[in-house]
Design a protein around this ligand. Structure first.
Ligand SMILES: [Zn+2]
Ligand SMILES: [Zn+2]
Length: 390
């Protein structure tokens, strides 16, 4: 790809990215964004399908006679954050902010579609997948349930995320885990409630919940192989309303992050057993809700290598990521269904700033437009490598 081919696209893409930033939309309400995406893709002459998994959009570009097909994915949703960037293109929607750079991801994939439609240096089929609701709401899962991969078969899927911890021009990924599984637990301990001066008449829900908090904190240290990585944090404990009343219930809530599905299974099973054990010992009854909302994001080995090779083709400093991140990612569902890889693309803002304002999900965060051509080059290089022409 020559620099001039891409340079011609950039001014309009920067405008589009900033327009998306100024008009952010929350999970499953990305109607304006999806409308712009669909219009841009139709203007390229691509076959466009809308309303997949809610507000998802897929466009298909075929070239040559190759039977191979890949999916390139971007996310479109914003976050419920009050923006404090003070930028001219800051959010015009109260309490909604593109604080994770999905405006940049959408603009990069549109740029890649435009570039590949004009200069199709691949042989096969590319599906451009624009998903809703990445931020904790499972938009990728919704698209898969809506028949994404039956309607648009993919041999492999690829995605990127802007990464403020890496300098601009750098990219990393790794075979195996790249982002963590995220689980939530809510344990309700039921006593009966009664007079605090007559504890002999009621099981003590507060005491049982307290025992549970300390026991849960031993799971990672004692039940998990020390060479594995996981986190369990109790983040909320609720119960009681008066100094002289033993409450009828107490509630313990928290989060679990892990990379290995076997570790995740072990943690859930141990947590359930501990809750039952505490209930038996204290005469209380427990209800355990354990919700696995995002699985671990697991790159397949060949596709992770292809993603790194494509990053080098794109002129990026490509390196294997030394370890995965403990945050989680909806693209994990696509990687459960298909081989593929997820790349971290440097944002050039490794210094978090005095207030951490360059970090993802910060009220002053803004996507770095200088990363736009780098992401477009990477997507194009992935297509060229995965669907080689001649
Ligand atoms: Zn995010
Ligand atoms: Zn994000």
């Amino acid at each position: 790809m020559s620099a001039t081919e891409l340079d011609a696209l950039l001014p309009a893409l920067v405008d589009l990215r900033r327009d998306l930033h100024a008009h952010p939309e929350l999970a499953y309400t990305e109607h304006r964004t999806a409308g712009i995406v669909a219009r841009e893709l139709r203007e390229l002459g691509l076959e466009v399908h809308t309303g997949i998994g809610g507000t998802g959009v897929v466009a298909t570009l075929r070239h040559g006679s190759g039977r191979g097909c890949i999916g390139l994915r971007a996310d479109m949703d914003a976050l419920p954050i009050v923006e404090r960037s003070g930028l001219p293109h800051a959010s015009t929607v109260a309490g909604v902010h593109h604080g994770c750079g999905h405006d940049g991801h959408t603009a990069m994939l549109l740029g890649a579609a435009r570039h590949l439609a004009r200069h199709p240096r691949f042989d096969g089929t590319v599906h451009f997948i624009f998903q809703p609701a990445e931020e904790g709401q499972g938009g990728a899962h919704a698209m898969i349930r809506d028949g994404l991969f039956e309607r648009f078969p993919c041999d492999a899927v690829y995605a990127l995320h802007n990464w403020p911890d890496l300098p601009l021009g750098h990219a990393q990924t790794r075979p195996g885990p790249i982002m963590a599984a995220a689980d939530r637990f809510d344990i309700t301990v039921h006593g009966r409630g009664g007079h605090a001066a007559m504890p002999q008449h009621t099981p003590d829900a507060i005491l049982a919940a307290s025992q549970l908090v300390t026991q849960l904190n031993t799971i990672v240290a004692r039940a998990i192989d020390p060479v594995e990585s996981a986190v369990l944090s109790v983040t909320q404990i609720e119960g009681g309303h008066a100094h002289n009343v033993l409450p009828g219930t107490a509630k313990v809530t928290g989060t679990v992050r892990s990379f290995n599905p076997a570790v995740q299974d072990r943690i859930e099973a141990t947590l359930r057993a501990m809750a039952e054990g505490v209930a038996r010992g204290s005469g209380t009854r427990v209800e355990v809700e354990y919700l696995r909302y995002y699985p671990a994001t697991l790159n397949s080995a060949d596709e992770a290598r292809l993603a790194l090779a494509a990053a080098a083709d794109a002129g990026l400093h490509a390196a294997e990521a030394p370890h995965p991140a403990f945050t989680s990612e909806d693209f994990a569902f696509m990687l459960q269904a298909k081989p593929g890889a997820y790349l971290w693309l440097g944002q050039g803002r490794a210094d978090p700033g005095p207030d951490g304002e360059r970090a993802l999900h910060h009220p002053s965060y803004d996507f770095n437009d200088n990363a736009l051509p780098l992401g477009i080059r990477w997507f194009a290089a992935v297509a060229a490598r995965a669907l080689p022409a001649g």
